[in-house]
Design a binder for this molecule. Structure first.
Ligand code: HEM
Length: 145
């Protein structure tokens, strides 16, 4: 049950595809210059979808991997996973902050100044890094052996 000829279970191939779609959505939402409402809606959808995939797919996989992480914490796959999780949690924390601000300001008709340009650039970079590390995990664990 594999999509790319890797040894990954189907659910991880599906997760991989979802994360690629989210990165495309992230770039579209980041680069569009129409209105902040349009930008906010795209980013809120991407953030919430990303969190759902973490809760349903990646967190359970992390829990299943815990014994391996504890036994071999310095193996390449463990190190990739640990750094991936750190960047992923940072992306969730910042994404949730901006999403809540966006929803609150929208509901109360306040200006949609959810974050500064620098904060948005940092969040974009963190998300891309989390993705690149997830991609590295996927290639290292499912393609290289
Ligand atoms: C912006 C946030 C994140 C992005 C873009 C992202 C992206 C990815 C990608 C592309 C993969 C490879 C596909 C796969 O193996 O399923 C992956 C795997 C994984 N991610 Fe994330 N991830 C994020 C957040 C997180 C968080 C917060 C956690 C911890 C709870 C996490 C834990 C994992 C684990 C354990 C795997 C390996 C799954 C497996 O066994 O194959 N990720 N991630």
């Amino acid at each position: 049950m594999v999509l790319f000829g890797s040894s990954a279970e189907l659910i991880f191939d599906i997760n991989f595809i979802i994360q690629i779609v989210l990165i495309i959505l992230l770039i579209v939402g980041y680069s569009q210059k129409r209105t902040w409402r349009y930008h906010g809606i795209i980013m809120a959808i991407a953030t919430i979808t990303m969190i759902v995939t973490v809760l349903l797919i990646m967190a359970p996989s992390l829990i299943a991997q815990l014994p391996v992480l504890l036994l071999f914490p310095t193996s390449p796959s463990s190190l990739i996973t640990i750094v991936h999780v750190i960047f992923g949690l940072m992306a969730i924390a910042a994404g949730l902050t901006y999403t809540f601000r966006f929803l609150y300001y929208s509901a109360t008709n306040k200006p949609l100044t959810c974050g500064t340009r620098t904060q948005m650039r940092i969040q974009f970079t963190i998300w891309i890094l989390a993705f690149v590390l997830g991609l590295s995990f996927y290639v290292y664990v499912y393609f290289l052996p």
